[in-house]
Design a protein around this ligand. Structure first.
Ligand code: CLF
Ligand code: SF4
Length: 414
């Protein structure tokens, strides 16, 4: 079925499906979906869903009511907001909250375009239900149409109460993805396929996958680079080069419309693509974050104006800044006069944290407390919640992946 009239209209202002719209119109992700029903080998769910988000943390998981309240606030401050979406941190279709909140959004904000991103396992069952709550834009992450390829990507799939693995898991997921996509297309929805480009596993297979989804009538394809995430089977893989990804996109562009402006955003992203404003809208009652990297603050320095003397560096090996604030196992503490850096001691972190909920929040606060005598904190990555927390305690936060000593000396100059 061709795209529905209202979908064609919404396409004009959807920042992901329409490149011309992405500098003018904003989207807001509602992080209401923490559970997942499969395990991708590139995903450490301690971090985030890689379907639609770089493996950066979501700062919070919201209830449907909290999400609605947040939309009210965001809408006032960001009038260009056009799209409300759910993209994790788990799979939206494994969470009943997805349907509850979208139904509420449709009723209270009928002018918003609704969008979800899923692994597709439950799509045959829920395509109609998504449609009924007003969703017209559906992204499915697929990494192949050959189970010999995809069985390398998924370690298990939970289906009808059983945990499937190997070919059986890959086959079930693939069949459901294909059937679900067809249903969405038949309903006149705009379907996007996200493909994670995994060197050595699916790069040669992607053109075949793109041809297949084109046959099914998808609107656009997005090829994302693998981001190797700590604690996953693929953590030691090399990510694809930008050139190899571009080559693949060029090759496939003859078959289907290709998205080239994806920012691999967080599950709680807010604002224009590439200008994430989620940290402006974090609730005062922190559920914590930081057990993982936040991508959006990289290379941004936050200067509180304090004179730097004692600096804590998230470094497990001790030579480079190599860890994020929430997942580092230790901080090395240095003192600097701006020309030299002297090692003082190290502080070990209790890493047994849970991502969502109080204990994680306490974990983040405990780390911040542990660093009470440091003027600055240097980390490879940090989420907005621990960032705000540190700043509220008067710490300077510096994002770096430099050598420790250099980063410490530079900290006193920044
Ligand atoms: Fe969100 Fe995805 Fe909808 Fe966009 S993101 S659910 S389609 S509103 Fe967009 Fe972000 Fe890329 Fe996703 S830039 S990660 S493609
Ligand atoms: Fe992780 Fe998303 Fe895959 Fe689930 S679907 S395992 S949350 S990347």
């Amino acid at each position: 079925m061709p795209l529905r009239e209202e979908v064609l209209d919404s396409l004009k202002t959807h920042p992901c499906y329409n490149e011309d719209a992405h500098r003018k119109f904003a989207r807001m992700h509602l992080p209401v979906a923490p559970r997942c029903n499969i395990q991708c080998n590139y995903c450490n769910r301690k971090y985030d869903c890689s379907n639609e988000s770089r493996p950066g943390v979501t700062s919070e998981v919201l209830s449907p009511t909290e999400a609605i309240e947040k939309i009210r606030t965001v809408k006032e401050k960001i009038p260009e907001l056009k799209v409300i979406a759910i993209a994790g941190p788990g799979d939206p279709l494994a969470n009943e909250e997805t349907f509850q909140v979208m139904d509420m959004v449709r009723k209270e904000f009928p002018d918003m375009t609704l969008c979800v991103s899923t692994n597709g396992l439950m799509l045959p069952k829920y395509a109609q239900r998504l449609f009924d709550v007003g969703i017209r834009f559906v992204t499915v992450t697929m990494n192949g149409v050959d189970t010999a390829v995809t069985e390398q990507v998924y370690s298990h799939v939970i289906w009808e109460g059983k945990s499937l693995s190997g070919k059986e898991a890959a086959q079930r997921l693939l069949e459901n993805q294909l059937e679900g996509i067809k249903k969405c297309v038949d309903l006149g929805m705009a379907v996007k396929i996200n493909i994670v480009l995994i060197p050595g596993i699916n790069e040669d297979h992607i053109p075949e996958l793109v041809k297949k989804v084109k046959e099914l009538g998808v609107y656009i394809v997005n090829i994302l680079p693998l981001i190797p995430v700590e604690g996953t089977k693929f953590s030691d893989m090399e990510p694809p080069t930008p050139e190899s990804r571009k080559r693949l996109m060029d090759l496939c562009a003859g078959d289907v419309k290709m998205m080239r402006h994806c920012k691999q955003c967080r599950a709680d992203a807010i604002g224009l693509l590439g200008e994430d404003r989620s940290s402006e809208f974090i609730r005062e009652n922190p559920c914590g974050s930081g057990c993982g990297p936040s991508s959006n603050n990289i290379n941004v320095h936050f200067n509180t104006g304090n004179e730097i003397r004692t600096v804590a560096v998230a470094s497990e090996l001790g030579d480079k800044v190599d860890s994020g604030f929430g997942n580092t196992k230790r901080f090395v503490i240095y003192r600097t006069d701006g020309k030299t850096a002297t090692f003082l001691n190290e502080k070990n972190v209790d890493t047994d944290c849970k991502v969502y909920g109080k204990s994680h929040s306490e974990h983040i606060e405990a780390i911040a407390d542990m660093l009470f005598d440091c003027d600055a904190v240097i980390v490879k990555e940090i989420g907005p919640r621990p960032l705000s927390l540190l700043q509220s305690k008067g710490k300077r936060v510096i994002i770096s992946d430099d050598d420790v000593v250099k980063a410490v000396i530079d900290a006193s100059k920044s």
